[in-house]
Design a protein around this ligand. Structure first.
Ligand code: G3P
Length: 217
């Protein structure tokens, strides 16, 4: 399973990249706004800055909702950098636009996916990635990880090539469960990635080794 980081924060992207475990980045308008980036040019430069840090795909989301505008915006975003993947919402014009992008060699990430039916449509449109929102599904009393399992099974039976990109990750446990459920990619906040490092027996064991090492230093 690939690791993407789900942030527009350059410091966090650099930190994950420097660990050597980062395969890409996802952003969305909320994450861009959180960084206080204002204006079209600044947003575009920020995408380029992210692309210059990481190896791998960087999702940049369109904010248009009708077919013609999604195409115009997505074409523009895709020209900013070769690593850009155009993130398109799961709406009717979005599906139509993803098919157009697929036919014209532009990679897409289908976002705001909350059901297996939506994931089938994303695959039919040729999306490179489908993004089920695990945490938001859990928030609404359903089970986000079970949706990843279901999509994984359907894609495997049907031979769909779209990669399952588990999004809206809220914990380190979510990452482990998504790996078990067959996600191809997990896009995570930095805290959830760092949480994977933690185990008290590692800390206790290391402290003992370092203490014992003093005996022969
Ligand atoms: O990748 C989608 C993600 O950013 C949404 O996460 O925590 O806002 O549900 P969240």
């Amino acid at each position: 399973m690939k690791f993407f980081i789900d942030t527009a924060n350059l410091g966090q992207i650099k930190e994950a990249h420097e660990m050597g475990i980062l395969d890409g980045v996802t952003t969305n308008p909320s994450l861009m706004a959180k960084e206080g980036i204002k204006g079209k040019k600044a947003v575009e430069q920020h995408y380029i800055d992210i692309c210059n840090i990481v190896d791998g795909d960087v999702s940049a989301e369109v904010i248009s909702t009708d077919f013609d505008s999604i195409i115009k915006e997505g074409k523009h975003l895709s020209k900013l950098h070769e690593k850009i993947v155009v993130k398109v919402p799961m709406i009717k014009d979005g599906v139509k636009a993803m098919k157009w992008f697929t036919d014209h060699g532009i990679a897409t990430n289908c976002t705001l996916v909350f059901s297996a039916g939506q994931a089938i449509l994303a695959a039919k449109a040729g999306a490179k990635y489908v993004s089920p929102f695990i945490g938001r599904i859990d928030d609404s009393g359903w089970n986000g990880v079970e949706l990843v399992q279901q999509i994984s099974q359907i894609y495997s039976i049907q031979g769909y090539k779209t990669q399952i990109l588990a999004a809206s990750i809220r914990s380190s446990l979510h990452i482990i469960q998504c790996a078990e459920a067959g996600a191809d990619v997990c896009t995570c906040p930095l805290d959830s990635i760092m949480g994977l490092l933690k185990h008290p027996l590692t800390d206790i064991g290391l402290a003992k080794f370092l203490e014992d090492a003093k005996k022969f230093a």
